[in-house]
Design a protein. Structure first.
Length: 276
């Protein structure tokens, strides 16, 4: 076992019982009388994957500052994480560390509601902001919107980027947005949108997948949208110097027509983001 791994465990899990198992267990055979005996030590080899890194009787375990459910990461449910299980848990924690989710603000029952908005950035959340970098993960990040969809033909889901918060702008239509169609049925759905932040201070989003909330099993109906949406951040940001703080905002809009403006930002969510 790598001592650096064990030391790390002590540092990040102060409230948990640590179980440190040696790579080789030496067991002496029963000895005969006196001080002699010809007993030879027997060695039982344990693979790296079988070694216990940490054990706990709690429902959660702290991995790199992220609370994970033990029943998720403890695959054999023995109350301990083997070296292999712990490494998997570290990867899960790293994936969660880049996510920032904010609950929605919903003031109207006339349009679909935004339950929450989550940004899956490409580096760890810092200073309460999701982090986007052009030179990490090729600039890729994703937007996830939990919603209740009304299946209205006059509504669209709109996503935009701004250096100003949407707070206090209820009913207003943002001048620049990416527009996405609603699913053709009522219900609770999560919209997942794949995007890329480029060095030209712009965002391109493609590949929308819309999943019903709940367990995804064989036969579950889901929806996809093959789109290309391009958003130059210079449209809504007063400055382009980096790092630049701003917001990613998702809202449902009741679309207008030639004589009526669209109604937006009554139901919305926004996540603070640092564009680096």
């Amino acid at each position: 076992m790598d001592n650096s791994v064990l030391q790390n465990s002590r540092t990040i899990m102060p409230s948990i019982i640590k179980c440190f198992t040696l790579a080789t267990l030496a067991t002496l055979a029963a000895c005969g009388g006196g001080g002699g005996g010809d007993s030879e030590p027997k060695e039982e080899e344990l693979t790296l994957e079988e070694l216990s890194v940490v054990c706990t009787d709690a429902d959660t375990v702290d991995v790199d500052g992220i609370e994970l459910q033990m029943d998720v990461v403890d695959s054999n449910h023995d109350g301990c994480l083997s070296d292999f299980e712990y490494r998997v848990a570290e990867r899960m924690a790293a994936a969660i560390a880049v996510q920032l989710e904010i609950d929605g603000t919903n003031n109207s029952s006339d349009t679909s509601t935004v339950k929450s908005l989550m940004i899956n950035g490409n580096s760890e959340v810092s200073d309460g902001k999701a982090q986007l970098h052009t030179n990490l993960e090729s600039g890729e990040f994703s937007i996830h919107i939990k919603s209740y969809s009304n299946n209205s033909s006059t509504e669209t889901l709109r996503v935009y980027f701004d250096d100003e918060s949407a707070a206090g702008k209820s009913g207003e239509e943002p001048p620049y947005t990416m527009d996405f169609s609603l699913v053709p049925v009522n219900g609770n759905f999560s919209y997942g949108i794949t995007c890329r932040y480029s060095s030209g201070f712009s965002i391109t989003c493609t590949n929308v997948i819309i999943l019903p909330e709940g367990d995804i099993v064989e036969g579950t109906t889901y929806y996809t949208q093959e789109v290309v949406r391009y958003f130059p951040l210079s449209l809504t940001f007063a400055e382009e110097s980096l790092p630049q703080g701003g917001y990613i905002i998702a809202t449902f809009c009741e679309d207008g027509d030639e004589g009526t403006e669209a109604t937006c930002l009554e139901n919305y969510a926004e996540v603070p983001v640092s564009f680096n």
